[in-house]
Design a protein. Structure first.
Length: 269
């Protein structure tokens, strides 16, 4: 099945069958849904493996330009499956580290659409997305300490978005933040009324899909590769990356379209 929109303009499901996630396409937007609502959309090796596989398929499809990641039901993700940790089955299996690295290497924007609680590993998955739109009713927290655990891998994601003191308070106490607090400390990009979540996410995804996919791919690559460099190596690296962007056909098209006061037609190269 080719990605696209059905006759009524709605979503249709990717042909690949998954056990723990669902993948739907609408035009240039892929929607990936954590799909175990009865378990509060837990994250374990099976889910990580299916997400890595889905991202690989999306990466290989040039017609797909933006990913929306969300959770089925009323929860984004409550974190790890503590009862079973989703033992590997006949399907794909991967670690959370594999998944987070695949997200940053995708080269296409990932928007987290947070419809409910994002906790523990689910919070880390959310923060690893490039942008986060959250319902005003959503809650957020690193709750691992309550069961004698510590949020190890997701520390790398959270500390790149949130200050040290706030991060440590969350991790040491397990306290949950409301949407207003999450916005203030940088965990999420924007907060909207729950009734407007779908529409606002669709609007933002459409806006990103209308940009040059080639420029976005190079920009995301430069952003994630340079964030931990010292200032001079970072500037030298980014100077070289700017040269790569300027050499794109899309860059020439964008400048020409601007001067001609017309809408650019991106070639993705």
């Amino acid at each position: 099945m080719r990605p696209g929109v059905n006759a009524t303009g709605g979503w249709y499901t990717a042909q690949m069958a998954y056990a723990t996630i669902r993948v739907d396409h609408a035009g240039p937007i892929a929607r990936v849904t954590l799909n175990r609502p009865e378990k509060r959309n837990p994250i374990g090796p099976a889910t990580c493996g299916e997400l890595v596989q889905a991202l690989g398929e999306i990466q290989a499809a040039p017609e797909l330009r933006v990913v929306v990641l969300t959770g089925a039901g009323t929860v984004f993700s409550a974190g790890g499956d503590l009862a079973a940790m989703q033992p590997a089955s006949a399907g794909p299996s991967a670690s959370l580290v594999d998944l987070l690295l695949a997200m940053h290497a995708l080269g296409k924007p990932i928007i987290a659409m947070v419809n409910g609680p994002a906790l523990a590993g689910g919070l880390g998955l959310m923060v690893a997305c490039d942008l986060v739109i959250a319902a005003d009713s959503a809650t957020f927290g690193t709750t691992e300490i309550a069961v004698g655990l510590w949020p190890m891998m997701i520390t790398a994601e959270i500390t790149r978005s949130v200050g040290r003191k706030t991060t440590l308070e969350m991790m040491l106490t397990g306290r949950k933040l409301d949407a207003r607090e999450a916005l203030a400390c940088g965990l999420v990009t924007r907060v909207v009324p729950a009734a407007e979540l779908e529409a606002e996410t669709a609007r933002l995804a459409g806006e990103l899909a209308a940009r040059s996919p080639a420029a976005i791919a190079l920009g995301l690559r430069a952003f994630y590769r340079s964030q931990d460099m010292a200032i001079e190596p970072q500037l030298r690296f980014l100077e070289a990356e700017l040269g790569r962007v300027l050499a794109l056909e899309d860059a020439a098209e964008g400048i020409a379209a601007f001067l001609a006061r017309r809408t650019p037609v991106w070639k993705g190269r």
